[in-house]
Design a protein around this ligand. Structure first.
Ligand SMILES: Cc1cc2nc3c(=O)[nH]c(=O)nc-3n(C[C@H](O)[C@H](O)[C@H](O)COP(=O)(O)O)c2cc1C
Length: 408
C-alpha cells in the first residue's frame, strides 16, 4: 500500500512570514475575530487536514516598543481559540501548545479535558518547555531553568496530567480519547529523548530531505530503545510554501513577499530572537558571529549552531537577518508549482523523511487557500492523501491505536 501523507496546519497569526501581513491576500484585520478563525477552520477541514496547531507565546515581542509592526503576530490563548474553532468543525484535530515549565498539571489537565469533551475527542497537546529568557520574568523567575531541568520537570508534569485524566475517566464519563494526543516540539538530544518516551507525534524543523531522514531515523531508534513501537508515532516537520502557476511565477511571488520586509525590522527581530542586540552594527558588514555567541543570553551552543555558518561565509548582517526572519527555525520553505510541491512531498514521505508535514502558509489566508485548492487535489489524485475523515477522534485521524500506549 502506498504511504499516506498526514497534514497539519500551523496557523500562527498572519502566517509564517512575519512581513506577510502586508500581502494583498492577507487579512491582518481579521486575526482577532471569530469570523476569521471560523472560515480558516472550515478551510482546513475542507482540506481534510489531521489537525490545526497553535503555538503559545509567553514572552512579549515588543522589543521595547521599537517594532509595533511585529504585533501583527498576535498570539491568542491556543486552548480557548482551538475550542472555539472546534465548535464550527466536526472532524479536524485541535493541537494546542502548552508549556510544562509554567503550567501546573492540574490546570492544564482541566483545560485539555474541557477541550477534549467539547470537541468530541479532537484534542492534542503540543508539549514544550519554553526557551526564551524573557519568559522567566513574566512568571517571577530571574532566569529560565536549564534545559535538562526543564525536560525532567516536563516528564513529571506529563505523568501527573496523565494520571489526572485517568482519574477523570474512572470518575466517568470517560474522555473520548482517554487523554489528548501527546505531541512534542523540540529538537535537541534531550528533546528527542523526551519525545521518544512520551510523544505520539512530533513537530520538528527539517530544512532538507536528508535532515528529515536523519531526524526521523534517529527518533525511531530512540523510540525503539525505550520499548515503544516507532510506528505508533508520526513525525511532522514544518513546511512553508510560496506557490505559482509556473516556477518563474512562484519565484516572483516569493520575491514580492521578501520585498515587503523591512531590513531594520529584521535586525531587531534577530536581536530579540538571539537575545543579543545587533541594531547598532553595520547592516552591510558580515555578521559578527563571535560577538553574538559571546553576548547572547540564550544557551551559547544553540546560538552558535544558528549563526556560525553565516559568520564564516561572511554573510552581511542584513541578509542573514532577512533570511532568519523568514525562517527562524530552519524549516523547509518550498517555492514552485503545486505539481512540484506534491512531487516533493511524496518523495519526502517515500524516502522516510517524515510521516507528513506541518504546513505553515507564508501568508494567511491566501497561502492556505492556494495549498488547499492547488496541492491537495493532486495528492488525492495520486492516492496519497485522504478524501474524507476516517473517524471522529484525532487519534483515529492520525491512524494511531485508540488505546494509548504508555511510556516504558
Ligand atoms: C517546531 C517547534 C515549535 C515550537 N513551538 C513552541 C511554542 O509555541 N512555544 C514555546 O514556548 N516553545 C516552542 N518551541 C520550543 C520548545 O519550547 C522547546 O522546548 C525548545 O526548543 C527547547 O528544546 P530543544 O532544544 O529540545 O528544541 C518549539 C520548538 C520547535 C522545534
Amino acid at each position: 500500500m502506498t504511504k499516506q501523507i498526514h497534514l497539519w496546519a500551523f496557523l500562527q497569526g498572519i502566517g509564517f512570514y512575519p512581513t506577510a501581513w502586508k500581502h494583498e491576500r492577507a487579512r491582518p484585520a481579521g486575526v482577532f475575530s471569530m469570523d476569521y478563525y471560523a472560515s480558516v477552520a472550515k478551510l482546513v477541514e475542507k482540506g481534510c487536514f489531521d489537525a490545526i496547531v497553535f503555538g503559545d507565546q509567553l514572552q512579549s515581542r515588543g522589543a521595547g516598543g521599537r517594532t509595533p509592526e511585529r504585533m501583527a503576530m498576535p498570539t491568542l490563548d491556543p486552548v480557548t481559540l482551538l475550542t472555539a474553532m472546534g465548535a464550527v468543525t466536526r472532524h479536524v484535530g485541535l493541537v494546542a501548545t502548552i508549556s510544562t515549565t509554567f503550567n501546573t498539571p492540574e490546570m492544564l489537565a482541566e483545560r485539555f479535558a474541557t477541550m477534549e469533551r467539547m470537541t468530541g475527542g479532537r484534542a492534542g497537546w503540543n508539549i514544550v518547555t519554553s526557551v526564551h529568557p524573557d519568559t522567566a520574568g513574566n512568571f517571577g523567575l530571574d532566569e529560565m531553568p536549564p534545559k535538562g531541568e526543564r525536560y525532567t520537570n516536563a516528564a513529571d508534569v506529563v505523568a501527573k496530567a496523565c494520571e489526572l485524566w485517568a482519574q477523570m475517566d474512572r470518575a466517568g464519563p470517560a474522555l473520548p480519547q482517554g487523554r489528548p494526543v501527546l505531541v512534542q516540539a523540540g529538537q535537541s538530544p534531550q528533546g528527542r529523548d523526551f519525545a521518544a518516551r512520551t510523544a505520539e507525534a512530533i513537530f520538528c524543523p527539517a530544512a532538507t530531505i536528508e535532515a528529515g531522514v536523519e531526524f526521523r531515523n534517529d527518533l525511531r531508534s530512540r523510540i525503539a530503545a525505550v520499548g515503544r513501537n516507532p510506528d505508533g508515532t508520526r513525525v511532522m516537520p514544518g513546511l512553508s510554501c510560496v506557490l505559482g502557476g509556473t516556477e518563474d511565477e512562484a519565484r516572483a511571488n516569493h520575491k514580492a513577499i521578501m520585498d515587503l520586509a523591512d531590513p531594520a525590522l529584521a535586525i531587531e527581530y534577530l536581536s530579540e530572537s538571539l537575545c543579543c542586540d545587533m541594531t547598532g552594527f553595520d547592516p552591510e558588514a558580515p555578521l559578527d558571529h563571535e560577538h553574538v555567541i559571546a553576548n547572547t543570553l540564550l544557551p551559547a551552543a544553540d546560538v552558535a549552531r544558528a549563526v556560525t555558518p553565516a559568520g564564516e561565509a561572511g554573510t552581511p548582517l542584513r541578509e542573514f537577518a532577512m533570511n532568519f526572519m523568514l525562517n527562524p527555525r530552519g524549516h523547509n520553505v518550498f517555492i514552485g508549482t503545486p505539481e512540484q510541491m506534491a512531487d516533493m512531498m511524496i518523495t519526502w514521505r517515500d524516502e522516510g523523511a517524515c510521516d507528513g508535514f506541518t504546513l505553515q502558509p507564508s501568508y494567511m489566508p491566501g497561502g492556505l487557500e492556494d495549498f488547499v485548492e492547488g496541492v491537495i487535489p493532486i495528492l488525492q489524485q495520486r492516492g496519497r492523501y485522504r478524501t474524507e475523515y476516517p473517524g471522529s477522534t484525532l487519534r483515529e485521524t492520525l491512524g494511531l491505536s485508540p488505546r494509548v500506549e504508555d511510556a516504558a
